[in-house]
Design a protein around this ligand. Structure first.
Ligand code: ZN
Ligand code: ZN
Length: 457
């Protein structure tokens, strides 16, 4: 006589299954929770286990995983649940279940499920069938270009989204900027701002395929957390390419997929129906269509780059997270060492690399998280103060500067004051640099002939 172990914390369900299987000729053993189930499984060596998912003292996923570690592979496990979610089904199969049965338990269909599982001679499915990763050439053609380039801000905040009336003017979404040029949609970082951008792209396409290129500066949360909500990645006809660099511990794809793993999100990166391709870059220069992309490593914890995008209509540089090397380095050294001329020269050379990177840009979008006073308490946090950002922009001879990566603690009044301070600093030098505080919804259009910028909304 074959033995079945029923593990269910609901005595009524346990009894129903017990009756159905006993009538069918099974010897039935019943456990009231996962912990008891594992104990009884070791004692009775059942051929079949019927296991609930949501149980106290060891849930069904853990029971399956534990059983699969040392039980014979002839053991069959059916998970029974009230939850019909696809992600739960996949998790149960991954944990080691052979089948997934959604309650209520109806005698005939339940017996059929048992029969199917017991007679199946194919090996147990370890992993649910995932979407086949499509590779190869881009599938969606670029848009028609009118010769201009547009910058549009979708998320301007650093660290964490900060909604609320006191922040409504500049906006509370984390980092995401759209750059459109040469028919390409280039998305700079995938903070929470990317959600609205995705919806807008989908709406604009009106049923036609969308092609989006996402450039990631680094994988701190505020720069990737919106990606799972990027709607174009859920439409099979769309093409979403993600460019970036390998991190300190893992490659770009591993970081992207891990934030979408089951405990954090119900859909995995692999299951996204769109044509999503993660393109980890080895070189610091590459091209997206006709747009030239240059990347440079910047001073920020971990691996972080800035991007310089060159199009016929103009050049945009994006450095959302950056701390000038000299400030940080000199601060962290003892007085005797930091006063040597050699050290000073060295750190200033490092900062000079940033000046060269932004040189002559039409638009510079740059970290200016703190005011000078606040920065004194945040040296080594990886961000800049307004004073340094303005100095860098002036040294690089850029035309327009957007103060970016607003501190989550700063309300609109505070940011207004910081922008005003930046303008004062520029005025004092007599330079022509235009300074603005980056604001959600603002756009800036670059025109090739006049090389003049105008602001929209
Ligand atoms: Zn950041
Ligand atoms: Zn960061």
């Amino acid at each position: 006589m074959k033995t079945v172990l029923i593990i269910d914390d609901d005595p009524v369900v346990g009894l129903i299954i017990n009756r159905i299987l006993a009538r069918d000729g099974w010897r039935v053993v019943v456990a009231k929770d996962g912990e008891e189930g594992l104990k009884l499984a070791a004692e009775h060596h059942p051929e079949l286990i019927i296991c609930d998912l949501l149980m106290p003292r060891t849930n069904g996923f853990v029971v399956c995983r534990t059983l699969r570690q040392d039980a014979p592979h002839t053991l069959r496990i059916i998970v029974t649940t009230t939850s019909a979610y696809e992600s739960d089904r996949n998790s149960a199969l991954e944990a080691g279940a052979d089948a997934f049965y959604i309650k209520p338990v109806a005698p005939e269909s339940f017996l059929n499920a048992v029969k199917r599982v017991m007679t199946a001679d194919h090996p147990r499915t370890k992993k649910p069938p995932g979407r086949k990763r499509r590779t190869g050439r881009p599938v969606v053609e670029p848009l028609k270009s009118d010769g201009t380039a547009t910058v549009r801000f979708w998320g301007v905040r650093g660290s964490i989204p900060t909604p609320g009336p006191a922040k409504a003017h500049y906006g509370g979404n984390t980092t995401c900027v759209e750059f459109r040029a040469e028919g390409e949609v280039i998305v700079l970082d995938a903070g929470t701002g990317i959600r609205d951008l995705g919806l807008a792209l989908q709406k604009e396409a009106a049923g036609r395929p969308v092609r989006a290129n996402i450039l990631i500066t680094h994988t701190h949360w505020d720069h990737i957390q919106g990606f799972p909500f990027f709607v174009p990645a859920y439409h099979p006809q769309n093409e979403v390419q993600v460019f970036g660099y390998e991190g300190a511990r893992q490659g770009l794809e591993a970081v992207f997929s891990s934030q979408m793993e089951n405990p954090y999100f119900p859909v995995s990166l692999e299951q996204m129906p769109g044509h999503v391709k993660i393109r980890e870059q080895r070189e610091m220069e590459f091209a997206i269509g006709e747009v030239k992309v240059k990347a440079a490593f910047v001073n920020h914890p971990g691996i972080c780059v800035g991007y310089r995008l060159e199009s016929r209509a103009g050049t945009v540089v994006f450095v959302p997270d950056y701390e000038p090397f000299s400030r940080f380095k000199l601060h962290s050294m003892d007085a005797a060492t930091s006063s040597t001329e050699m050290v000073h020269d060295f750190v200033h050379q490092q900062d000079q690399k940033m000046v060269e990177f932004i040189r002559g840009a039409d638009v510079l979008i740059m970290d200016a998280q703190y005011d000078t006073e606040e920065y004194q308490h945040h040296v080594g946090w990886g961000h800049s103060c307004v004073e340094d950002t303005v100095a860098t922009a002036l040294a690089g001879g850029v035309k327009r500067l957007y103060l970016f990566h607003h501190d989550p603690g700063h309300n609109d009044r505070k940011i207004h004051a910081m922008v005003a301070e930046a303008k004062r600093l520029v005025k004092r030098t007599g330079a022509k640099l235009i300074v603005k505080g980056a604001r959600e919804g603002d756009t800036c259009v670059l025109k090739p002939a006049l090389r003049r910028t105008t602001r929209g909304t």
